[in-house]
Design a protein around this ligand. Structure first.
Ligand SMILES: Cc1ncc(COP(=O)(O)O)c(C=O)c1O
Length: 529
């Protein structure tokens, strides 16, 4: 990677800013801890930088406080403003309380009550405005101008970046090669890029040999796209599971710094993030939020690629070879909504490749269900859904715990050899999210059905908006929703749309404004519903 002379000037300026950053009035120096069970599994020493242990349970107060502490007395007296429903809001609110300054936080009206109350309890003034973050941000800008407040940006500000950079400073100070082995790489969750830019610029200035690896989810990877393209790429949609990193466009300054300091980007899927939450729980008994566990998921993927297995062998705490490489993963947040744990627990096994789910078609004949169970053998069955479908055959949705990586294809082949057509649905999001809860057989009445998968905002009125805009001539033939404790609900809808009205459907979907995918051709749908 080429690092130009002008960059070194900028890096020196950041080094100075980071060393002088004021964060410890409000933040604590968090521990850098070995994760013994994960390390034994990965064949690498994995150390966790425990930013989840900060007051307000994320690193975000470092940048917010540093920005606000640098304001002139007059600007501080006028107050600050931010748009956020998440960790940034809490960081700004706490920093403002410590500095005795007014903080206005603009949140979308869709923000769950629990988040609004958490920020209000820290003494901030809350303004609820608009349906989305973009609306809230627009409103924050106009209030900022009218009330002459200072905007505290969540990532794209040198003082915020420098505040987050103190995490990198602590890592290098706390890591002792003699005790902790040779530091090879630091893994960092990436949203707008403030944390990785600050950590990257500090670490590269002092230890250019240490790799800086950014981690994003596969459905919210603006930084990965931007670094590949060599310019900032704005994503049309972003997945919201890892809400702390759900950013459509990275910052101008963060991108400039990341181009020079980030060695590699890794993307991980939802199941891998859930598995990482479970791994960290097993090592620390702490529960991270999805964004907080991203770096661990990335480190696991990296270690697996580098030669470690990365997957579950029996954990042998403390048994890591002396010459094993050392990786640091920043566990950057723990603001987990308790309702989401059900979903995380359900997915963690699949993410760890310890569970597989299959659709198996068996003859509707005596003894065939028993034969199917024999094929599953001594494996632990996690789920069985079965309903008679027609006179000739039945479709069974079956989940099993796996003994090893090769176990899923082995079982699939066993089903097929026994004359039971089978599909591995382990990677099929629709099957795992909805169909497993709905196996009920096909209805002869559901003619001309289109299967659509929506993200509805999780708020009253979202369903009514959908129903009132839809043509009254279309029948809803299927509907499934299950609360996953996120800001957006995932809803599966079957709509009976006569062949002549497909264009009207397309117009309806375009004006509705809810993100959706057409799943009519999904193989699990074809089998089960
Ligand atoms: C827990 C957590 N992780 C990661 C991030 C992403 O940080 P950045 O936008 O600086 O990349 C955030 C941002 O709010 C966060 O709350």
């Amino acid at each position: 990677m080429v690092r130009s002379a002008t960059f070194f000037v900028a890096a020196n300026d950041y080094l100075r800013r980071i060393l002088n950053a004021r964060v410890y009035d409000v933040a604590v120096e968090t521990p850098l801890e070995l994760a013994p069970r994960l390390s034994a599994r990965l064949g690498a020493r994995l150390m966790l930088k425990r930013e989840d242990l900060q007051p307000v349970f994320s690193f975000k107060l470092r940048g917010a406080y540093n920005k606000m502490a640098s304001l002139s007395p007059a600007a501080r007296a006028r107050g600050v403003i931010a748009a956020s429903a998440g960790n940034h809001a809490q960081g700004v609110a706490l920093a403002a309380r410590r500095l005795g300054c007014k903080a206005v936080i603009v949140m979308p009206t869709t923000t769950p009550e629990v988040k609004v109350n958490a920020v209000r309890a820290l003494g901030a003034e809350i303004v609820l405005e608009g349906d989305s973050f973009t609306d809230a941000y627009g409103h924050a800008l106009s209030l900022q101008r009218r009330q002459r407040l200072t905007l505290v940006h969540p990532f794209d500000d040198p003082d915020v970046i420098a505040g987050q950079g103190t995490v990198g400073m602590e890592i290098l100070r706390q890591h002792h090669p003699r005790d902790h082995g040779p530091l090879r790489a630091v893994f960092v969750a990436v949203g707008g890029g403030g944390l990785i830019a600050g950590v990257g610029v500090y670490v590269k200035a002092l230890r250019p040999d240490v790799k800086i690896v950014g981690v994003q989810t596969t459905d919210s990877d603006a930084m990965a796209h931007s670094l590949r393209a060599g310019r900032r790429v704005r994503l049309k949609e972003v997945g919201l599971f890892s809400d702390g990193t759900a950013v459509r466009e990275v910052g101008r300054e963060t991108f400039r710094l990341c181009r020079r300091t980030v060695d590699e980007m890794i993307t991980v899927d939802t199941d891998a993030v859930c598995a990482a939450i479970k791994d960290v729980f097993e090592d620390t008994r702490s529960i991270l939020e999805p964004a907080g566990a991203l770096a661990v998921a990335g480190a696991k993927a990296y270690a697996a690629r580098a030669g470690g297995s990365g997957r579950a062998t029996r954990a042998r705490p403390g048994r890591t070879r002396d010459d094993a490489p050392t990786y640091v993963a920043i566990t950057c947040g723990a603001n987990m909504n308790f309702d989401r744990l059900r979903f995380v627990a359900e997915r963690a096994e699949v993410g760890e490749k310890r569970e597989a789910v299959f659709a198996v078609t068996i003859p509707e004949a005596r003894g065939s269900f028993r034969r199917l169970c024999e094929l599953v053998g001594p494996r632990h069955v996690t789920e069985f859904n079965y309903r008679i479908a027609d006179r000739a055959q039945a479709h069974v949705f079956v989940g099993v715990q796996l003994a090893s990586a090769g176990d899923a294809p082995r079982l699939l082949r066993a089903f097929q050899r026994a004359g039971f057509p089978a599909i591995d649905l382990t990677e099929d999001e629709l099957a795992k999210l909805h169909l497993r809860h709905m196996v009920g057989g096909r209805s002869a009445l559901a003619a001309h059905e289109r299967l659509l998968h929506f993200e509805f905002p999780e708020r009253p009125g979202a369903l009514m908006r959908f129903l009132s805009r839809m043509s009254p001539d279309w029948n809803i033939s299927l509907f499934h929703y299950r609360n996953q404790g996120a800001d957006y609900g995932r809803v599966l809808v079957g709509l009976q749309v006569p062949p002549g009205e497909q264009a009207a459907l397309a117009r309806f979907l375009a004006t509705l404004g809810y993100p959706y995918t057409d799943e009519t051709a999904n193989p699990a749908y074809q089998l089960f519903l």
